[in-house]
Design a protein around this ligand. Sequence first.
Ligand SMILES: CC(C)(COP(=O)(O)OP(=O)(O)OC[C@H]1O[C@@H](n2cnc3c(N)ncnc32)[C@H](O)[C@@H]1OP(=O)(O)O)[C@@H](O)C(=O)NCCC(=O)NCCS
Length: 197
Amino acid sequence: MGMSIKAAIKDHLANNPLKEHVNNSIKDHWDYFVHNGLENGVSEQFYTDNGLNIRRFSWEDLDECAELFREVFSADPWYDNWISSYQARNYLNELIENPVFQGFVACEDSRIVAVCIGHRRSWWMGDEFFVDEFFVENGRQGNGVGTKMMNFVTNSLAAHGYNRLILLTNKEIPAESFYLKNGFNNNLERTVMQKKI
Ligand SMILES: CC(C)(COP(=O)(O)OP(=O)(O)OC[C@H]1O[C@@H](n2cnc3c(N)ncnc32)[C@H](O)[C@@H]1OP(=O)(O)O)[C@@H](O)C(=O)NCCC(=O)NCCS
């Protein structure tokens, strides 16, 4: 959106140093073709570790994800005011109906404890993944579940040729530190604009 070519190339190289770029793509292709099966509990499709299972979202997960979403964002530090499960479900449903939607869930004892919902942006510099929602059950936060989920999502997407994750969050809340610890940086050249109507 409205970035000059020079700025975009600078931005792209700043975020994807050439050496890393080449190494990563060789590694991703290797992982994709050679390790695309369940090996040591980790594959591009599935991750399992000490009772935590991470896999792709499927439609049957929607109601449980909506319940969890409402619980998590009604709590500190968000205090969102979703008035019903129906309202939360409707919001997630819209994200999931997006033709370029991709989602991931993490389960413990077949209960969903973390969710990542997002969509592809087929940008001219390569495919980006926009994270629409990312959340971990209140009682399970701060135990590494979010980090494992983020790693799985990142590896899965990289294996499919994506080269960037993007998201919006609030400044100076715990989520911001979480993303900073997980390899994100703040894009200081960008601003979020809105207009009340
Ligand atoms: C932000 C969130 C996804 C992180 O997942 P997580 O499983 O709690 O995080 P991890 O345990 O993997 O990583 C811990 C780090 O994340 C940060 N963090 C963010 N929220 C935290 C929380 N509620 N409890 C503990 N650590 C949290 C801390 O910096 C922590 O680092 P530290 O252990 O060095 O203090 C999760 O806490 C969450 O769902 N929060 C509420 C919803 C939310 O804010 N989602 C993001 C909106 S864009």
